[in-house]
Design a binder for this molecule. Structure first.
Ligand code: FE2
Length: 386
C-alpha cells in the first residue's frame, strides 16, 4: 500500500504537487484524450460490435466514398470517448504489417492540445522519436494540425490541435449516418489507459513520460503488493499535470508460472496498450447493459464478497447486486471505487476494457489486484498459457 500512501502525501502537500506539476503545465499542456485508434482486420464489423455491445454511437466515416483510397476509418463516440477503427483496403503497407504483428490493437493514443507544433517540438527536443511531423489538414470546416511521437512498442501519441476546426472529427471525414443506433450504456470518458512493456523496461518508459512528456509518477506497486502464488507484475502510474491523462505502465515480474503480462507480450509480439479504463456514473446499470449485449466479464469467485464490508467499510451499493455482476470494490483514503474487467475483447489474449466508477478514490484498485489476477489466471489456464 506504499504507493497509495505516496499519493495521499502528494495530495496533502499542495505546494509540492504544484511544484511537481509546474513543468508539466509549462511545456506540454493537455486538454485530455482526443481519440484512440485501433488498427483492425475488419473495421465495419468491429464498429458494429462496439455499437451493439458497448453502446458507442456512429459519428464519422472516411473511405473510398470520401476520397480515401487506401483505408477505411469508422469513428464512434460515447460521451467524451472517441474510438477510431481503421482497416487497410490494399495489401502490404504499414497498417497491414501492424495487424499481422499485433492482431487488432491500439495504434494511436491521441491527445488534445492547443498547439500541436509546440507539443511536437517540446517532446522531440527532449528525446521523443518522431512519428508525424506537424501536418495541417483542411476542409470547408477549417483546419486541424496533427503531429505525433512514438511511445512503447509501435504505439504512438498523436497531438491534435482542433481549435480552428468546426467539423465532426477531422478533414476528410463525413457524418456517418446509420439507421442502427443502439442506446449508449453510460460510458463517459477514458479514466486511464495501461501499457504493458517488456522485462526491465518499466523504468525506461516511466522516465520517458516524466522527461519527454513532463508527467509525474503518482503511484507505484511492486510485485509484493500484487503478486499471486503464480504470477506477478510491477506497475507505476504516470499522470500529466492536470490529471486528465493517466498512463499506468506494467512490466512482468518473476512468478512461479507465466504472468499475464508475459502472455500479452507473447501474443502482441511486444509492448502495447493492455487495457482502456472507461468511467461511468452508474457501474451497475452500465455493466448489466453490457452483459445483456454480450460482453463477457472476468468471473470473480463468490468468496471475494464474504468479507467485503470488513475490508472496504460502508458503501452505497447492495453487495448482492455487486456480487451478481462480479463488480470489485476498493477503498483508499479519499473514498472508494468500483471496477470490473472484461475478458479480452479481441481474438488474441491481449487487449481488454475496464469499467470504473470512482466515489472519491483516486487510486487504481490495488486491493483488488490479487482477486483480479486469480481470475485472469483461470482464463490463462483454460488457454494453456499459464
Ligand atoms: Fe486499470
Amino acid at each position: 500500500m506504499a504507493g497509495i500512501k505516496h499519493l495521499k502525501d502528494l495530495q496533502n502537500t499542495e505546494y509540492s504537487l504544484k511544484k511537481i506539476f509546474e513543468e508539466a503545465e509549462d511545456f506540454l499542456p493537455l486538454n485530455g484524450t482526443d481519440y484512440v485508434e485501433l488498427y483492425v482486420g475488419n473495421a465495419k464489423q468491429t464498429a458494429h460490435f462496439y455499437k451493439t455491445a458497448f453502446g458507442f454511437q456512429s459519428e464519422a466515416y472516411a473511405g473510398l466514398e470520401t476520397g480515401m483510397k487506401d483505408r477505411v476509418s469508422y469513428v464512434l463516440r460515447q460521451d467524451k470517448i472517441r474510438l477510431v477503427l481503421t482497416t487497410p483496403l490494399k495489401q502490404d503497407g504499414e497498417i497491414n504489417e501492424h495487424i499481422n504483428v499485433h492482431g487488432d490493437a491500439v495504434k494511436v493514443v491521441a491527445l488534445w492540445v492547443d498547439d500541436s507544433t509546440k507539443a511536437f517540438e517540446e517532446t522531440t527536443k527532449r528525446g521523443a522519436k518522431p512519428y508525424l511531423k506537424p501536418t495541417k489538414e483542411e476542409d470547408e470546416n477549417g483546419y486541424v494540425i496533427r503531429s505525433g511521437i512514438y511511445t512503447y512498442g509501435e504505439t504512438v501519441h498523436v497531438f491534435v490541435e482542433r481549435k480552428n476546426y468546426k467539423g465532426l472529427f477531422l478533414p476528410g471525414f463525413r457524418k456517418w449516418e446509420s439507421h442502427y443506433n443502439p442506446e449508449p450504456v453510460g460510458l463517459k470518458f477514458i479514466d486511464h489507459m495501461v501499457g504493458n512493456v517488456g522485462w526491465n523496461e518499466m523504468r525506461e518508459w516511466c522516465e520517458f513520460y516524466g522527461k519527454v512528456m513532463g508527467f509525474a509518477q503518482i503511484i507505484s506497486f511492486t510485485d509484493d503488493d500484487i503478486s499471486t502464488d503464480f504470477t506477478a507484475l510491477m506497475s507505476k502510474v504516470m499522470s500529466n499535470g492536470n490529471g486528465r491523462v493517466k498512463f499506468p505502465i506494467n512490466e512482468p515480474a518473476k512468478g512461479k508460472k507465466k504472468s499475464q503480462i508475459e502472455e500479452y507480450l507473447d501474443f502482441n509480439n511486444g509492448p502495447g496498450v493492455q487495457h482502456i479504463a472507461v468511467a461511468t456514473d452508474d457501474i451497475v446499470a452500465t455493466v448489466s447493459a453490457m452483459r445483456d449485449r454480450g460482453v463477457d466479464f472476468l468471473y470473480v469467485p463468490e468468496e471475494y464478497y464474504d468479507d467485503l464490508l470488513d475490508r472496504v467499510g460502508e458503501i452505497d451499493e447492495d453487495v448482492e447486486v455487486l456480487k451478481k455482476h462480479g463488480i470489485l470494490i476498493d477503498r483508499d483514503e479519499e473514498g472508494y471505487l468500483l471496477q470490473i474487467f472484461t475478458k479480452t475483447i479481441v481474438d488474441r489474449p491481449t487487449m481488454f476494457f475496464e469499467v470504473i466508477q470512482r466515489k472519491g478514490a483516486q487510486s487504481f484498485g490495488v486491493g483488488n489486484f490479487k482477486a483480479l489476477f486469480e481470475a485472469i489466471e483461470r482464463e490463462q489456464a483454460s488457454r494453456g498459457t499459464l
